[in-house]
Design a protein around this ligand. Structure first.
Ligand SMILES: *[C@@H]1O[C@H](CO)[C@@H](O)[C@H](O)[C@H]1NC(C)=O
Length: 241
């Protein structure tokens, strides 16, 4: 009896490994603040910079907060038969195109369809192919967009608004915690010595149906140029063009 159970357990493990799924635990939804990206010298944005958060991506990540690496057919078959044909991928996106343009544009030049398509392809190659939706890009993007719409204005109803006086990182983080009950990950860049908020990211438990489900604290609270509750962070207003 005991032995049977062990054999069954081993078989289950083996078939799970053969299926090649990555043992990731959470999804991270990343939302960008274009004004802070666009005032960095390394980025070239077309005039009329967007004045709303936009989706950067939905990333499978491990429990420790590390992002699942991209699909690699040779070494890392994180998933079975993902859609790897990028033209086929774009055709499958057709029904979603309007919401993608609106919520998931390439903020550098959001009116340029080639730029947008390249950005979505990039998101698919880097993160979608290793998600639970690897055979179904439309579901992957639809899921991401519906989460995006829900959280697209992350500071709505809080006291955090864009301004020319920096915030303590903790105040930004706490505002989200008070509003939603979870800590986000805050990502920053640095422009001319000023640390600026570039992204707000939300972490979701990977649900029973293998979908992003319940919000949870992000295991790593800060990224790139911010790293500590006491950092001073500018949430830059939309000033340029
Ligand atoms: C749109 O972007 C593509 C790729 O970056 C570029 O080659 C093309 O010139 C752009 N079109 C316009 C109208 O700016």
């Amino acid at each position: 009896m005991h032995r049977c159970f062990l054999v069954a357990a081993v078989l289950a493990t083996v078939s799970w490994l053969v299926a090649g799924e990555t043992n990731f635990a959470t999804y991270k939804l990343s939302l960008r603040w274009p004004p802070a990206h666009c005032d960095a010298p390394s980025f070239e944005c077309k005039p009329n910079v967007l004045n709303t958060f936009t989706i950067h991506g939905l990333w499978p990540q491990f429990a420790d907060g590390k992002v699942v690496p991209p699909y690699d057919p040779e070494t890392n078959r994180c998933t079975d038969d993902p859609v790897t044909d990028l033209d086929q991928f774009l055709r499958l996106m057709t029904p979603l195109i309007e919401s993608l343009r609106k919520y998931w544009p390439n903020y550098g030049d959001y009116q340029n369809e080639t730029m947008n398509e390249n950005f979505w392809k990039h998101a698919w190659k880097l993160h979608g192919m290793c998600s639970d939706y690897s055979d179904n890009p439309a579901s992957y993007f639809k899921t991401a967009v519906s989460l995006g719409i829900k959280y697209i204005d992350p500071f709505k109803g809080t006291r955090i608004t864009p301004r020319l006086v920096p915030y303590m990182a903790k105040d930004i983080s706490d505002a989200i915690k008070e509003k939603l009950g979870v800590y986000p990950q805050i990502a920053c860049n640095e422009v001319g010595g000023t640390v600026q908020l570039t992204e707000v990211r939300f972490c979701f438990k990977r649900g029973k149906e293998n979908s992003p489900s319940i919000l949870q604290d992000c295991p790593i609270r800060y990224a790139y140029k911010c790293s500590d509750d006491r950092d001073e962070i500018m949430f830059v207003p939309h000033l340029i063009g």
